[in-house]
Design a protein around this ligand. Structure first.
Ligand code: SF4
Length: 462
């Protein structure tokens, strides 16, 4: 099976782009409720953990600290250079790891782990190695697992990148965004191109299985010429994956963005051209379009999983790993156990407070009902593979798809006339022209949006 074809159609994007969720979960996190607490979480882990059940685990570890703020940032981070704050956090995180580890039997082995932030490499390699050991004391890490870490190139050297590999990480993601000095100054994230390329090279030499580079289009002072140069440099470095994000300017929600001058932002038409340019250059360099924001070389696990219809979407974007219960560790971390999602407290004060009482720091969550589960399956399938066999959903969820989703199919027929999807007996497919707007198609199946929720807090393609 080949990678899904794309046909970037600026006119279609211009006409149909709307603010909407990225669907790293369904329902989205704004639907979580505080009635879901630590006791509910414990009950669900117990239900998912009967002896002899061979079901692996995935871990997400959140390390929130950064030394400086990037003005485009929309992440849950803490800006500080105070190393003592970092050490205190690791102490509390270690306590949470012990509490969580005790909830799962030894047969619940970890085959996937991701450390994100903030900036995980704000911490030194010795601290990170100690944290890895702490995880290993309370969870069984599989030898062949996928272990990834986000790296800010400004915080590492070729030697420390090699040390991360020696700790046990085998996948790495570098934040680049744009190499242009003017853009870097405008977003308050200055990192030399030479040093960044040297760290990518060091990751290869150290034996990382997969190297990802993050880029952003729509940043202040970005031009077609400058971004073209960044794309040329990045594709020449041959990362296995490229994540290409839209900069969504939402200063009312994200305080650092207030320091970006509106006048410096590229126009919507220029943004569209920046995206078109990136799609063209990445395609010409041999990268397959995986789905929302993600591109990968054909040998990469994401591209292989997509060809074999094994690709899945989770909080980190796309994954080639099996469907596993996800344990979120750290302040604000999100996890998913069985048909639930849950999130830890988002402030250090509350996170520490719960752990001081030897309680899990669960702030909120959601238990998915039967309707959520079927809609989640539909959205997953569309986000990962762009096609949906209606009968497979009918059989798996004991529904008559055409009757259950009669209203949605009516709406999809309208999208079909606009060229976004095609409906054939038993199948729904997102057209090659519609693939950049796949979330627009998924939004049709989102019951919460359909009930009039405000889409304004979400980002757009442009
Ligand atoms: S973009 Fe990343 S490195 Fe920059 S402030 Fe946000 S979390 Fe920190």
């Amino acid at each position: 099976m080949n990678a899904p074809a794309i046909d970037f159609d600026p006119d279609l994007v211009r006409r149909l782009d709307r603010q909407g969720p990225r669907y790293t979960s369904y329902p989205t996190a704004d639907r979580f409720v505080e009635a879901f607490d630590a006791a509910t979480y414990r009950a669900w882990t117990a239900r998912r953990n009967p002896g002899g059940l061979d079901r692996g685990l995935a871990l997400y570890v959140h390390l929130p600290f950064c030394s400086d703020v990037c003005f485009y940032c929309a992440c849950n981070k803490i800006i500080t250079r105070d190393r003592a704050r970092g050490a205190r956090y690791l102490d509390y995180l270690g306590r949470e790891i012990a509490l969580q580890g005790a909830l799962f039997g030894e047969d619940r082995r970890v085959g996937e782990m991701h450390w994100g932030g903030g900036t995980p490499t704000w911490h030194g390699v010795h601290e990170l190695a100690a944290l890895w050991r702490r995880v290993g004391e309370h969870f069984e890490l599989e030898a062949g697992g996928e272990y990834s870490i986000e790296v800010d190139p400004r915080t590492v050297t070729p030697e420390s990148v090699a040390a991360l590999r020696a700790i046990g990480f085998n996948r790495v993601s570098f934040g680049v965004q744009d190499f242009d000095p003017e853009v870097q100054a405008a977003v308050h994230r200055v990192q030399s191109e030479e040093a960044t390329l040297a760290t990518i090279e060091a990751a290869r030499a150290a034996g990382f299985v997969s190297v990802n580079v993050d880029l952003i289009y729509g940043l202040p002072r970005q031009t077609l010429m400058s971004f073209n140069r960044t794309l040329a440099r990045v594709t020449a470095a041959r990362p296995d994956r490229v994540a290409l994000y839209n900069y969504a300017h939402l200063p009312a929600q994200f305080k650092p963005q207030r320091r970006i001058a509106q006048a410096d932002l590229p126009h919507a038409e220029t943004k569209l051209k920046l995206l078109a340019l990136a799609v063209e250059r990445l395609g010409a360099a041999g990268y397959a379009y995986i789905g929302m924001d993600h591109f990968a070389l054909p040998h990469d696990a994401l591209a292989v999983a997509q060809r074999h219809r094994r690709l899945r979407r989770n909080f980190q974007g796309y994954t080639a790993c099996a469907d596993r219960d996800l344990v979120g560790l750290g302040v604000s971390a999100i996890g998913g156990i069985g048909p639930t999602y849950s999130q830890n407290f988002r402030t250090l004060e509350k996170y520490y407070g719960r752990l001081d009482g030897s309680e899990l720091p669960v702030m909120r969550g959601v238990e998915l009902g039967a309707d959520d589960l079927v809609r989640r399956a539909v959205i997953q399938e569309l986000m990962c593979h762009f096609t949906l066999c209606l009968e497979s959903i009918s059989l798996a969820y004991l529904i008559d798809f055409e009757r259950y989703f009669a209203a949605e199919l009516k709406e999809l027929r309208e999208l079909e006339t606009l060229g976004l999807v095609s409906l054939e007996p038993g199948w729904l497919s997102v057209t090659p022209r519609g693939r950049f707007l796949v979330r627009r198609v998924c939004m049709v199946f989102d019951r919460y949006l359909a009930r009039g929720a405000d889409g304004g807090r979400f980002s757009r393609v442009i």
